[in-house]
Design a protein around this ligand. Structure first.
Ligand code: URA
Length: 411
């Protein structure tokens, strides 16, 4: 389609304004996003818009308007509950199973957590893939069932429905095709439009930086965090962010069922320190709230809430996790020393090549494969001591061993 015109808007005017570095009005952005969702703005026109935003940037007011328009391109959920509606979003990392612990813990603290999550892509894991290693667990509940889960249990963890922020799906796919993914305003609007469609009062963001993160450097992560916080608040949701280091995997387990096991241990008060600490820091607005969350986590009380949430999704919290039957292999230290390198990217790639992750959307994964680290940076090790245990099938074992050798070093 050569031209798309509303009452007084034309795609040429909108594109030329952005091309020439002039800010777009909320009305222009809403009209453009509606056209993207409806298909009346063509793919080349939408691609040009993305490229101009990538090159020219956006003001915060524009990014707020883009976010709200993308949120409103689909269903915006609302809840009749008597309490704060909250959620967390992480920009993704290796061994990041915080969501699994955080949702039931925050619900146990009295909040309502309507968590919409995604699948893993590349070396970073996805919450839905982890949950689906629980027999029977459905991540595609209807909105009516989500409503019941939220009021009865206080939390749910579901996949994105086709009705939620559909404009983001179109724009995200185009960004991939046009190399315009790494644009702070486009990332901000993409993340927040989906989270804001959950009908939240408050949003806590975990913006990761480092080898295993989407943002490799601290300044880039800081820029994204600042933008997310300004735009989230500008769009009417109380938003805060933490910057966290993703040069080293979080916790010790990497791989879907293995991460569920570690999250369950954490919910029983027996999780690794870094996972427990980060989960509570993301929940608490101040030191007192963090300490309260930590005391509850350490008590194991949130485990029962987890079991109720799993049942609300059709899962069996007592069942053996899927993906059994993997072969086990323990790698031992060949010399004494200290762990000098435990690289999130290499170790995430190792789990990925074993089959824990997917190269492209829709590809099958293996729930049981992955690795568990027995050491973390700075730990003293003796020759012959176990460094890491791998759970594997035939796929990718040699490459995984190479990646672990590079990623985990004793010096
Ligand atoms: N996650 C999203 O949902 N969107 C982005 O643009 C980047 C990460």
């Amino acid at each position: 389609m050569a031209s798309t015109s509303g009452a007084s808007l034309s795609i040429q005017d909108v594109l030329e304004s952005k091309r020439d570095g002039q800010p777009l009005s909320p009305a222009q952005l809403r009209w453009l996003v509606e056209g993207v969702a409806a298909g009346t703005v063509t793919r080349p026109q939408a691609a040009a818009f993305l490229a101009f935003v990538y090159l020219r940037g956006m003001t915060d007011d524009e990014t707020v308007a883009l976010t709200l328009a993308m949120r409103d391109s689909g269903q915006v959920l609302s809840w009749q509950v008597d309490g704060l509606v909250v959620d967390k979003h992480s920009t993704g990392g290796v061994g990041d199973k915080v969501s699994l612990v955080l949702a039931p813990l925050w619900a146990e603290l009295g909040a309502y957590v309507p968590m919409i999550s995604g699948r893993g892509l590349g070396h970073t894991g996805g919450t839905l893939d982890k949950l689906e290693s629980i027999p029977g667990f459905r991540t595609d509940l209807s909105v009516d069932r989500l409503r019941s889960a939220l009021s009865d249990v206080g939390c749910f963890m579901n996949g994105q429905t086709a009705q939620l922020a559909p404009a983001d799906r179109v724009l995200y796919a185009l960004r991939n095709e046009t190399s315009t993914v790494p644009s702070v305003p486009l990332i901000t609007a993409s993340i927040l439009s989906k989270k804001l469609a959950e009908g939240l009062d408050e949003l806590s963001l975990d913006v990761k930086w480092g080898s295993g993160a989407f943002m490799k450097t601290l300044p880039d992560a800081q820029r994204l965090a600042d933008s997310l916080v300004r735009v989230g608040n500008g769009a009417g949701v109380r938003t805060r962010a933490r910057l966290t280091d993703m040069n080293v995997p979080l916790g010790r387990a990497i791989g879907n069922a293995l991460e569920v096991q570690e999250a369950v241990a954490c919910l029983r008060g027996q999780g690794p320190e870094d996972l427990a600490a980060l989960t509570c820091q993301l929940i608490g607005r101040d030191a007192a709230e963090v300490a309260r969350a930590r005391a509850l986590l350490d008590s194991g009380a949130a485990f029962e809430r987890w079991c109720r949430m799993v049942r609300a999704h059709g899962g069996d919290p007592d069942a053996t996790l899927l993906g059994g039957g993997c072969a086990e292999r323990v790698l031992l230290a060949t010399k004494a020393g200290r762990v000098t390198r435990c690289d999130a990217y290499d170790l995430g790639r190792a789990a990925f090549v074993l089959g824990a992750g997917r190269r492209s959307a829709g590809q099958a994964i293996h729930p049981g494969v992955g690795l568990v680290l027995h050491v973390k940076p700075g730990d003293a090790v003796q020759a012959g001591q176990p460094l890491v245990t791998l759970w594997h099938v035939q796929t990718g074992l040699d490459r995984a061993l190479e990646l672990i050798q590079h990623g985990l070093q004793v010096g």
